[in-house]
Ligand binder design. Structure first.
Ligand code: NAP
Ligand code: GCO
Length: 267
């Protein structure tokens, strides 16, 4: 048996939500390099246009959609169009997500609901849209992008942590309900990754001093650095491939060791 063939995604169709840039773009690039045909979506036309050019520059003929993952009818239309153009979705990566950093007692219910809607309910909507076809075709892969906040809380991220904690259990429940159809549903739990979403936590002050949270995270990470979207490429290919067919309901933390570490003793 050629073990490395188990990591190939040749002939597969992958849909990565929110993959105009950041973690989603890196994951889509990785799946493409492993042989998959790529579809992605986002909400903003300028993001779509820039992303299509960026994929093309990397030799990836991605298909892109303006589609809000909370819009069930729009999602159904997008999945049907992908099936027409590329083939049915074999690999779904629920990556699209937002965060609102607001003290809970100051956060409005609408703000809380918006985060839950995008970061949790949308994963339900997306999975519902692809599972019937996966069952018909003998299986598929669903990868949800969880977070350190699937395990830990911190100030100002109550909605996000609630969504990401729920996403961990949605991952386990899809694995439980659809494992018999050869559908594996797992999650990747990135640590602190340098993307636009975390840019505010890494801004330097006018004197060039590092943001306190930046220093805090580096001290909390055994790898002593922020992660990069590229750190997630290998784990994504693994969970999207045959190599992980007997892994189901698992959250693979790609965090440089944060969850294992009490943190560096202050000097
Ligand atoms: P990002 O830089 O903010 O990118 C988010 C992407 O999602 C953008 O392409 C955005 O494009 C899209 N998006 C947002 N809401 C959407 C919606 N309703 N429908 C469709 N697309 C939507 O985020 P990131 O850092 O790459 O994070 C990606 C995922 O990883 C998120 O789920 C995040 O929670 C998770 N994560 C991030 C980190 C980290 O440290 N960065 C760590 C753990 C987990 P549009 O605005 O054009 O829609
Ligand atoms: C925050 C960060 C984190 C990261 C990520 C960590 O404000 O704490 O944005 O939530 O995005 O989820 O895994």
């Amino acid at each position: 048996m050629n073990l490395m063939k188990n990591f190939s995604l040749e002939g597969k169709v992958a849909l990565v939500t929110g993959a105009a840039y950041g973690i989603g773009f890196a994951i889509a690039e990785a799946l493409a390099k492993a042989g998959a045909k790529i579809a992605f979506n986002c909400r903003r036309q300028e993001h779509l246009d820039e992303a299509l050019a960026a994929y093309k520059a990397k030799g990836i003929d991605a298909v892109g959609y303006i589609c809000d993952v909370t819009d069930e009818e729009g999602v159904k239309r997008m999945v049907a169009d992908i099936a027409e153009r590329l083939g049915a979705v074999d690999i779904l990566v629920n990556n699209a997500g937002i965060i609102k950093r607001i003290p809970m007692h100051e956060m409005s219910v609408e703000e809380f609901r918006e985060v839950i809607d995008i970061d949790l309910t949308a994963a339900f909507i997306m999975a519902k849209a692809v599972i019937p076809s996966m069952i018909e075709r003998g299986g598929g892969k669903i990868i949800n992008i969880c977070s350190m906040m699937s395990e830990l809380g911190r100030e100002t991220v109550s909605a996000y942590a609630s969504a990401k904690g729920g996403l961990k259990m949605l991952t386990r429940n899809i694995a439980s309900e659809y494992g018999e159809y050869n559908i594996q549903c797992n999650a990747i739990g990135p640590g602190y990754i340098a993307t636009p979403q975390t840019a505010p936590l890494r801004e330097r002050d006018k004197d060039g001093r590092r943001h306190p949270f930046d220093s805090f995270i580096v001290a909390k990470t055994p790898a002593a650095r922020w992660g990069t979207p590229e750190d997630l490429m290998g784990p994504a290919v693994f969970l999207a491939s045959k190599a992980s067919d007997f892994i189901n309901g698992h959250v693979l933390y790609v965090d440089g060791g944060i969850l294992a570490y009490i943190g560096k003793q202050p000097k």
